[in-house]
Design a protein around this ligand. Sequence first.
Ligand SMILES: [Fe+2]
Length: 347
Amino acid sequence: MLDALHCGAVLLDRAGTIRLANERLAIMTGRPKIELVGHTLTSLYSVERDRAFIASRLAEFESAYEGEFHVPRADGSLLPVMISGRPMGDAPPLCDFRIVTLVDISAMKKAEADRSEEIEVISRLSDTVLAQALDLKRHSEQLEARVRERTRELHEANMEAIYMLAIASEAKDSDTGAHVRRIEALTRSIAEKMGIPTSESERLGYSAILHDVGKMLVPDSILKKPGPLESHERDMMKLHAVGGERILSRKPFFETARQIARSHHENWDGSGYPDGLSGSEIPMAARIVHLADVYDALTNQRVYKPSWTPEEAMRAIDEGSGRLFDPEVVRAFKSLVDSGTFSELRM
Ligand SMILES: [Fe+2]
């Protein structure tokens, strides 16, 4: 009957002696039945812990048991098995015998071992991928910082070139470059006062630096003439607006600077030059620079005039509101003066 089972099976007595063993167990262990039957189960095991386990199971002869264990093979290897043991019956003589079945679970154990090895490989890979991702992130942050630094350096170099060009053109007009820096600061501050965002106001500021670059094209005899200009000389002077626009690059970076160079002598009422634009036809940046330029010219000495006091100049600006200047720009400028910020801008 035991031989009919698809798993290994033994019949034990209370002493743990194998009274019967089936063919399947002989195959599983690689031992002929003769090496099994008549021997105690304990005698198959050499490790003390295994022997103690068998002793503990025999001590509870009446109880059923199910769990994982192993059987030693003839070649010395251990075969993992699921064992299930229970007494043959409740009354003598059957209660003195215990039947134990043993199912080979080596395939399942191997699959488990393979899976845990795969999990370990995946976990090692994940660690590597994570470390590489962190390295990449660090590298990308370093690159970004380097790009920011280079961009800042390029911007500074650009600004230096702009200042150099502005100073070169102003030098013809006997100024040392302080005028363009005042125009830059004043333009930026008026723009901010008008509610234009800081970064845009800064851009308007440095775009204002080159507003008079076209003066390079005007002969010194006109630029430095101490007295009033003749009509044809005034016409020559006016050419600096269009001339400035032509000198400036057509790159987007200089777009606002070109508008300013061309239109910073346009008047709000259309009486200015070179295009006679009026009101909102005049680019906003040019309207701001127009006021800043006139105010700075009035409050500083020129070859053809002494300097005015800030109050005198302020009065002239006020009178020019709606005629020469955009009233909104005048309002922002006055509010700048009233807030006290303006005195810090005068160098
Ligand atoms: Fe000008």
